[in-house]
Design a protein around this ligand. Structure first.
Ligand code: HEC
Length: 158
């Protein structure tokens, strides 16, 4: 059975452009605190590509459910969200070779912590949450970074 892919890549790009420019002018940024904030932020910034249930699509973007990138060191997943990732990446049984843009310019430390805590709890077999202090520390350590990360670079980070 052919899977329906409601968001092909151009749609993702449009959503990204909205994320980059739209929310600067929009007064109603989603809340970054409270029980639902992670879920709402995930829906606004990630679900268009990774799907609301985190299952991704067959040809990519890859799934988040049960992904070692989601369950693994927070130092890597925080970098992925801050600056993006490109190139060959293995997730579960699948291999992908695409690009994900970064969100460091549009999402605060609190927002990233909140949405990643949701992602890890929901899709990462209840992996521990992420504190905004951790995002702050990694943002400061990578302040000169402008390019996407490659998988090789990320795998060298403990
Ligand atoms: C424009 C589409 C797009 C958006 C929006 C997006 N991603 Fe991604 N994401 C990708 C693609 C494509 C890859 C794989 C990149 C590659 O092939 O190297 C990826 C890879 C990942 C990975 C590592 C691989 C995996 O599946 O575990 C994680 C974790 C991740 N994204 C989390 C997020 C989170 C959290 C958000 C929301 C802040 C987000 N992504 C938003 C497209 C997107």
């Amino acid at each position: 059975m052919k899977r329906i892919r409601p968001f092909k890549f151009p749609a993702c790009l449009l959503i990204l452009l909205y994320g980059l420019f739209g929310c600067r002018i929009s007064p109603k940024n989603p809340p970054t605190q409270g029980e639902d904030s992670g879920r709402i932020l995930f829906g606004d910034y990630c679900a268009a590509c990774h799907q609301t249930d985190g299952s991704g699509t067959v040809e990519g973007p890859p799934p988040l459910v049960d992904s070692d990138w989601v369950k693994g060191p927070e130092s890597r997943i925080i970098r992925v969200v801050l600056h993006g990732v490109r190139g060959l990446i293995r997730v579960g049984e699948g291999s992908y070779n695409l690009e994900m843009p970064g969100f460091g310019a549009v999402l605060s430390d609190e927002a990233i912590a909140s949405l990643l805590s949701y992602v890890r709890a929901q899709f990462g077999k209840s992996s521990p949450g992420i504190e905004s202090q951790d995002v702050k520390r990694i943002r400061a350590a990578t302040v000169d970074r402008t390019d996407y990360w490659t998988v090789d670079e990320l795998l060298k980070i403990p």
